[in-house]
Design a protein around this ligand. Structure first.
Ligand SMILES: Nc1ncnc2c1ncn2[C@@H]1O[C@H](COP(=O)(O)OP(=O)(O)OP(=O)(O)O)[C@@H](O)[C@H]1O
Ligand SMILES: [Mg+2]
Length: 258
């Protein structure tokens, strides 16, 4: 596909008898915001773990920027510009916000070629970009939920990724905080040109921001398309959205304040 940054081909991941990801194929375009939704246990995080290199797929291939990365280690993929946030945020609580972000810079594509001072400089810029400019000297453990989510995003951004995998960055945020985070994510894509794949349970938010959405259910891909199409897809409604009127509401909210 022209303009493609990432492609998964027939990806399979098994845990014992359980097939957590089952023959999933997809393509993500450069500069796109690509959403992944699905009920708990659908295989979303497992898919991210295969893309970031935590798990090697049992079957299938992962092609990034035209190159087969299926057998690369996580740090090798990080150096190619793939960064991620974690569903459960665990900053180093004793390090300052600035130091936590700098860790991201040190272990990104410039690993071994960047000094600590340079990493701290990048961290400072990223901290203000994500709105943590006035918190950089605080220990990370002192941050509230929203700030920790921003820190997690900042750490990933400090690695100057070309592909960013976000695992539920909106979880636990208030509606106002979600709006503000969505604005920030748009800025990441528009100003930094980063391609974003996001796993999300906050349905109206992902419907609002993603250009295309893939739906997983028991490890299988059951639908993919623009948000309007997904919200009206009978299979998706049946397994996930449950209620057609709710699905309609998601579509109506697109573009408006959520
Ligand atoms: N390391 C593991 N060992 C065994 N089973 C696992 C492992 N990781 C995930 N699973 C199982 O694989 C399935 C998919 O899990 P996964 O975490 O990918 O789901 P998810 O879509 O991210 O769910 P959630 O929305 O709850 O985060 C689940 O049944 C889960 O219990
Ligand atoms: Mg998950």
């Amino acid at each position: 596909m022209a303009g493609e940054i990432l492609r998964g081909e027939n990806l399979v991941k098994r845990f014992g008898g359980l097939v957590a990801v089952n023959e999933v194929s997809f393509e993500v375009k450069k500069g796109e915001i690509f959403g992944i939704i699905g009920p708990n246990g659908a295989g979303k995080t497992t898919l991210f773990n295969m893309i970031s290199g935590v798990y090697k797929p049992d079957e299938g291939r992962i092609i990034y920027e035209g190159r087969d990365i299926t057998n690369l280690k996580p740090h090798e993929r990080a150096r190619l510009g793939i960064a991620r946030t974690h569903q459960v945020v665990k900053p180093f609580p004793g390090l300052t916000v600035l130091e936590n972000i700098a860790v991201g810079a040190l272990f990104g594509p410039r690993y071994g070629k960047i000094s600590e001072d340079e990493a701290l400089e990048i961290a400072r810029e990223v901290a203000s970009f994500v709105g943590l400019g006035d918190k950089i000297e605080l220990p990370a453990g002192a941050l509230n939920v929203q700030e920790k989510k921003r820190l997690e995003l900042a750490r990933a951004l400090a690695a100057e990724p070309r592909l960013l995998l976000l695992d539920e960055v909106l979880a636990g945020l208030t509606p106002a905080e979600i709006d503000s985070m969505l604005g920030l994510l748009r800025k990441v894509r528009d100003e930094k040109g980063v391609t974003i794949m996001m796993v999300e349970h906050v349905m109206h938010a992902v419907m609002n921001i993603a250009e295309r959405i893939m739906v997983l259910h028991f490890g299988r891909k059951i639908a993919e398309g623009p948000p309007e199409e997904i919200a009206n897809n009978p299979d998706v409604i049946a397994v996930y959205l449950g209620d057609p009127s709710l699905a309609l509401k998601f579509v109506k909210r697109r573009g408006g304040a959520s």
